[in-house]
Design a protein around this ligand. Sequence first.
Ligand SMILES: Nc1ncnc2c1ncn2[C@@H]1O[C@H](COP(=O)(O)OP(=O)(O)OP(=O)(O)O)[C@@H](O)[C@H]1O
Ligand SMILES: [Mg+2]
Length: 282
Amino acid sequence: MPLPECPRVISITSGKGGVGKTNVVANLAFAFSRMGRKVLVLDADLGLANIDVLLGLTPQYTIEHFLMGEKSLSEILTKGPGGMSILPASSGVYELVNLSETEKLFLLNEVDLIADEIDLLLIDTGAGISSNVLYFNTAAQESIVIATPEPTSITDAYALIKVLSTRFNKKDFMILINLAKSGEEAKEVFQKISRAADHFLGSLSIDYLGFLPYDEKLLSAVRNQRPVLEIYPRAPSSRGFIDLAMILSERPLRDKGIGRVQFFWKQLLQSYQRSDQKGERL
Ligand SMILES: Nc1ncnc2c1ncn2[C@@H]1O[C@H](COP(=O)(O)OP(=O)(O)OP(=O)(O)O)[C@@H](O)[C@H]1O
Ligand SMILES: [Mg+2]
């Protein structure tokens, strides 16, 4: 299965919390790993990083150790189910703002080294529209916005798209509906978001990626700290995750020039620098 223009960088985001981002990241990473892809997961949920908990892992180091010069980037990568690698960001990413030019070059150089070993970087951004969430989404080449049929989730997804498009000029989004009762309900939720965006935000590209149903097996997998796709491969949500991985694999990239992992880090560092110059705090 081709995954064109590797490595790709995809952020998973939502506006509202608790809508399934971390489960989507974990299971998508697992699905891609099973397809033979080398996947790196960046846990960028700086407030409450929890992909390690979801996957039953206890990483020894985070990006902080790297930034403090104690560990190399490859030393802080933690192996997860299916062979995926996880880069636990923790609050250490705050330190990016204070890096000197030399340190940034060093970081980018290290990223170059591991970029060759990655086909796909998946970023769990955390909830909300804090600066961190916005920066990670801006730096990522593609973004999946997750919404559920709950009205608050719909308005929060729209609010996130609004701020990313108006303040950061991000024009392409993909939407995944979680916890839908049916394909029709999911489609309606998608249309609410895309119509509002068409009406108020002008020319954006918003693609529908499909939906995931409510699934008891997913809850059970969370309790077992394993991806649902690993322990219940035939569960309804597992089938949804496989479909999602296939759709993404076959989806051509709009902007071929900016897919590199290195580009992502450069963008991220520049964003932090810009916000610092403006006196904005994270
Ligand atoms: N399709 C689903 N079926 C059943 N339960 C689900 C489904 N998706 C998510 N959940 C439930 O919602 C919880 C929250 O999911 P998850 O941690 O992935 O959300 P999140 O968006 O990452 O949350 P946060 O914003 O706090 O990081 C899960 O632990 C699970 O209990
Ligand atoms: Mg989460």
